[in-house]
Design a protein around this ligand. Structure first.
Ligand code: MGD
Ligand code: MGD
Ligand code: MO
Length: 784
């Protein structure tokens, strides 16, 4: 098998087949092995895949679903294997690569091609000599020179608020903690992160209602639940290991209801590659019911379910947990009043469901005393996401479904350490208590003024208010909304710095000058002056455990994320004699990067729940952080109780002749990293520029399957009433079982359509799952 990278995607090769109704099984394993062998070769493939999520191995960079305590030798899923292959690849992006390819050349390549080139090996500089010259090339630079350059740009700023420090969610606890300390030491809270585009709405809603922005269930709770609602999530692709937990719940007698506009493969049937029956048979039917909801209709559904429970109680049935409501909650009357006048016709229009379907789900809820709601981006990336999630909490509170076995809220996180990064202080508005503890530990005064989140950071750059952008991982340009504006915004800065493992478009759309700082990945040995280091991460269920990389680093030039941050901090905070500058954190940066146990000591002193950190991560499976509602129905809200909220019902209105577009992931991608050209489960092969559309809409709008169209988003600013348009060119129409009026297409190709101003109330998350579009026929190009 050749190790050479593939060519980019040629959309002319697109083939459309039937969507699958089963996930994983042998085809999944084979596909993962094919990618792994191509990227890593046979020996490295065996070495790495066997270490995935094993005790004493490294944490899977694939997703934040927890590890089972008892691991199978081959506890890997297709997507974990792909994520590892992507990082442990033997291909290299070396200085020779950059000498061969100019920026102009690389800007022509697609995301798939860029990612295929391999691991970054050297610190590289794109200088501003002749910035307009399209033939500019990155050239190698010494680490010391790179840090000096960052220093000179940071010192040239008028105020510390002119620098922005982004974080993606793979960064370890140790690196994240040092990074926020560096940034706060520099004088700002400008710490936007991928969470702003992801589960921010969950954090906002849960923080307000239960006093902590994290999920309340453990893996055992999933296994023990009687009823599980999986809303706005595609676990077959994005959290495949979750399917094993759902399978187990099912065997214990749980009912599982999928609430989704799309019939996603894994939710319908799951072939567990770990079981003989899964490999050979037809697999387990995961969902008992599939409620094909219209995009954005969930708040109406959850509110109406609440109303039905209240009505059943009023009719004399014992539905509510009165003891819980009385002892542990406030706001019950407000909530009851808010849902009392809900009108069925409105709910049916918003959801596209039948009355019978909704009543049957209410009956399931009444029959269950252990209910869990799981959700992901289908619930968090709408204008009314925070209100929707508050209504999810309301419904659970009615029956006391929090803080008991088999019940609770389960926001399923994305990146493998996105939750840990937040715990470590990667947030533009950490609570005062965190700042107080940080100041006490490092004897300095951290800035208290809130910083920029992701969208605010783009506005700041767009308005020329930011000079320096640094990304700790991730691919900001492709992940952010409104691609053209985000690109223009970044181009206005003086310097962009990307700490990365792999080449991506954020290295090509830059400030006047740009740096690539190549770093170690999770799979690699991290050797420092104090010996081999481990790092720690927190999963979606607040469990913290260690991760040890074992592979030889992709290049001798790589520094760990911790070392990069520590060296930058030394450059910034020490004078030439190594003396600490005034008003900077008191920390021995060199010692910290030599021995990460010292970082963990600081974390233990600053962040609640980390006492005995070092000892606890030695335990098999690590340890679980405290969680008031889960551990003892303690709610850190102002009243000390969980809060019922009355929320006004919202749902998207689709103007005539328009569609509501959700932007989602294919089966062959990890966010902006495109692993392959297919979306096997949805029957798409060889291309990505497709629009999934209901047949009825094809008809009404006067198009046929296979037609090429431009997608035009129409956004009317609610404040100014000004309408603006954005265009994504040349998409192929694919007839698909999605609700009428509701279309779907892949991210990041469609990010260009998401207006920067279109964000969720309260959380500020871009509304990537509800974009109003119209289809514009492509003028046929005359051939001849
Ligand atoms: N292989 C792989 N794994 C991943 C990722 C990846 O890209 N690839 N990304 C990681 C990250 S960062 C994240 S955040 C997670 C994302 O995990 P998901 O949230 O599962 O990812 P999406 O592809 O955005 O899928 C959104 C799902 O919500 C549904 N949906 C859309 N709108 C609505 C709605 O209004 N209501 C309801 N009920 N459903 C709706 C869609 O049909 C789809 O099934 O996965 C993580 N894991
Ligand atoms: N339209 C639309 N937009 C979306 C979404 C959507 O559903 N629709 N989803 C949003 C969501 S949920 C998220 S989380 C964001 C994702 O946004 P990001 O987290 O910014 O994007 P990723 O694609 O995960 O970043 C991939 C890059 O991370 C780098 N990387 C990988 N591993 C490491 C590592 O260990 N260390 C370092 N330093 N770098 C590493 C590699 O260089 C790789 O190219 O996108 C958001 N954007
Ligand atoms: Mo995410």
């Amino acid at each position: 098998m050749s190790n050479a990278p593939d060519e980019g995607i040629n959309e002319a090769d697109l083939k459309v087949g039937e969507p699958k109704t089963k996930a994983a099984g042998v085809p999944g394993v084979l596909h993962a092995m094919e990618i792994a062998l191509k990227q890593m070769g046979p020996i490295r493939t065996a070495e790495t895949l066997l270490r995935l999520n094993q005790k004493d191995g490294f944490d899977c960079p694939g997703c934040a679903w927890p590890e089972a305590d008892k691991r199978h030798l081959a506890e890997f899923c297709e997507n974990g294997a792909k994520a590892v292959a992507e990082e442990a690849t033997r291909r290299r992006v070396s200085p020779e690569f950059f000498a061969e390819h100019s920026i102009a050349d690389l800007l022509e390549r697609d995301d798939y091609w860029l990612g295929q080139q391999g691991r970054l090996t050297h610190p590289m500089l794109l200088d501003d000599v002749g910035a307009a010259d399209p033939e500019r090339h990155y050239r190698p630079i010494e680490w010391a020179e790179a840090f000096a350059l960052i220093k000179s740009e940071l010192q040239a700023m008028d105020s510390p608020e002119q620098a922005i420090f982004y974080t993606s969610g793979r960064t370890s606890n140790e690196a994240a903690f040092l990074y926020q300390l560096l940034v706060r030491g520099l004088g700002s809270n400008n710490l936007p992160d991928c969470s702003n585009m992801c589960h921010e709405s969950s954090g906002s809603a849960l923080g307000q209602t239960i006093g902590i922005g994290k999920g309340s269930v453990s893996l055992e709770d999933i296994h023990e639940a009687k009823l599980l609602l999986i809303a706005g999530q595609n676990p077959g692709t994005n959290h495949p290991r979750m399917l094993s937990a759902l399978e187990k719940a099912k065997r214990n007698g749980a009912r599982i209801i999928a609430i989704n506009p799309l019939p996603e493969a894994g939710l319908l049937r799951f072939k567990n590659p770990q079981n003989i029956s899964g490999v050979l048979g037809d697999g387990t039917e995961i969902a008992d019911e599939f409620l094909q909801i219209r995009i954005g209709g969930d708040q109406a559904l959850f509110q109406f379910l609440g109303k039905l429970l209240l009505e059943a109680e009023a009719a004399g049935r014992e539905v509510l947990d009165h003891g819980f409501i009385k002892q542990h909650t406030t706001g019950f009357a407000d909530y009851s009043a808010a849902v009392a006048d809900l009108d069925l016709a409105t709910v049916l229009a918003a959801t596209g469901l039948t009355e019978e379907q909704i009543r049957s789900l209410a009956a399931d809820l009444i029959a269950s005393d252990r209910t869990i709601v799981c959700w992901a981006m289908g619930l968090t990336q709408h204008k009314h996401s925070v209100a929707t999630l508050r209504d999810v909490v309301n419904l659970l509170l009615l029956q006391g479904n929090i803080g008991k076995t088999g019940a609770g809220v389960c926001p399923v996180r994305g990146h493998s350490n996105v939750q840990g990064d937040r715990t470590m202080g990667i947030f533009e508005k950490m609570p005062e208590s965190f700042h107080d503890a940080l100041d006490a530990e490092f004897d300095f005064a951290s800035p208290r003024k809130h910083g920029f989140d992701t969208v605010a950071a783009i506005h700041a750059m767009e308005q020329g208010k930011a000079r320096v952008f640094m990304g700790m991982g991730g691919n900001f340009v492709r992940a952010a909304p409104d691609t053209d504006r985000t690109e223009a915004a970044l181009r206005r800065t003086a310097l962009t710095v990307q700490v990365s493992t792999k080449l991506n478009r954020s290295h090509l759309v830059t400030g006047s000058r740009a740096l690539i700082l190549p770093t170690l990945g999770r799979t690699e040995r991290d050797r420092q002056s104090g010996g081999d280091q481990k790092v720690t991460v927190e999963d979606s269920m607040s469990a913290v455990h260690a991760s040890h990389g074992r592979l030889a680093p992709a290049s001798e030039q790589l520094l760990s994320e911790v070392a990069i941050i520590a060296r930058l901090a030394q450059t910034m905070f020490q004078d030439d004699d190594g003396a600490r500058l005034p008003n900077t954190p008191v920390a021995d940066w060199a010692a910290l990067s030599g021995d990460y146990t010292r970082i963990r000591k600081h974390i233990a002193a600053v962040v609640p729940g980390f006492s005995d950190y070092e000892a606890k991560i030695e335990r098999p499976g690590g340890f679980v952080l405290p969680h008031g509602p889960r551990d003892g129905r303690r709610f850190a809200t102002p009243s000390g109780k969980a809060v019922f909220t009355g929320n006004e019902l919202e749902f998207p209105e689709i103007p005539a002749g328009r569609l509501l577009l959700q932007t989602l992931r294919s089966h062959d991608q990890y966010n902006t990293t495109i692993y392959g050209k297919d979306d096997r489960y949805r029957g798409i092969y060889g291309g990505r520029r497709v629009l999934f559309i209901n047949e009825v809409d094809l008809d009404t709008l006067g198009f046929a399957e296979g037609d090429a169209v431009d997608l035009v988003s129409e956004w009317t600013d609610p404040k100014t009433r000004v309408c603006t348009e954005r265009r994504a060119e040349e998409f192929r129409l694919v007839a698909y079982p999605t609700p009428v009026g509701c279309a779907a297409a892949y991210y990041p190709e469609t990010n260009v359509l998401v207006p920067l101003e279109s964000t969720a109330d309260v959380s500020g998350t871009p509304t990537s799952k509800s974009v109003i579009i119209r289809l514009a026929a492509r003028t046929p190009v005359a051939v001849g």
